[in-house]
Design a protein around this ligand. Structure first.
Ligand SMILES: [Zn+2]
Length: 47
């Protein structure tokens, strides 16, 4: 479970299906999807 910020809803959302990814600069991040509007969400760092 990762809590992320949806820029479209302007609210924090929880995405239970968030997956860990590595950004271009090599830093870890979490990638998820807003369950309300479907916008992609990113969170820097590990969940
Ligand atoms: Zn949203």
């Amino acid at each position: 479970m990762a809590q992320m910020y949806c820029v479209k809803c302007r609210a924090k959302r929880d995405d239970p299906n968030a997956t860990p990814v590595t950004m271009k600069n090599g830093k870890p991040a979490m990638k998820g999807k807003c369950p309300v509007c479907g916008t992609g969400m990113y969170k820097i760092g590990k969940a």
